[in-house]
Ligand binder design. Structure first.
Ligand code: TYD
Length: 136
């Protein structure tokens, strides 16, 4: 999968009990190597401002609302509003992202690699100047 996509996960339970949703490697576009979560982000802050060379991610808003804007190297931007714990946003490598959180949002990320700062492209100019042969 080389395009971002929204993946709907099943919801086990009932309204009077609450729910469980499950992500397991056999159902995912990559194998999970790391899980991290982001929280207490003020709603005045825009996070992200980077792309990844190799990292693939599946992102959930486990609570609150999170707006992701993804841009590919040709300049096409798509906005995704995550507001349900049952929906994951799959982000392939080489997508520039900006992220806005509601004050109560918790972002959970399932990641295909361990943390590696060398995998980040943090310069927008560098991202925009990538040549097709540099993009896998
Ligand atoms: P970053 O991925 O840039 O966060 P966001 O996309 O939410 O703005 O990470 C923010 C900082 O945290 C940066 O200095 C790298 C560090 N960091 C780690 O040390 N380990 C990790 O697993 C992650 C995701 C980030």
């Amino acid at each position: 999968m080389n395009q971002p996509s929204l993946i709907e996960f099943s919801k086990i339970g009932a309204s009077h009990l609450g729910y469980i949703s499950v992500a397991q490697n056999s159902d995912l576009p990559f194998e999970i190597k790391r899980v991290y979560w982001t929280y207490f982000t003020p709603d005045s802050v825009i996070r992200g401002h980077h792309a990844h060379r190799n990292l693939q991610q599946l992102i959930f808003a486990t609570s609150g609302q999170i707006e992701f804007t993804l841009e590919d190297t040709s300049g096409t931007k798509t906005c995704y509003n995550l507001d349900s714990p049952t929906v994951g946003l799959f982000i392939p490598c080489f997508y520039w992202r900006t992220i806005k959180f509601s004050h109560n949002a918790v972002l959970m990320c399932l990641a295909s690699m361990e943390y590696d700062e060398q995998d980040y492209i943090r310069s927008y100019e560098e991202f925009k100047s990538l040549k097709p042969n540099e993009i896998q």
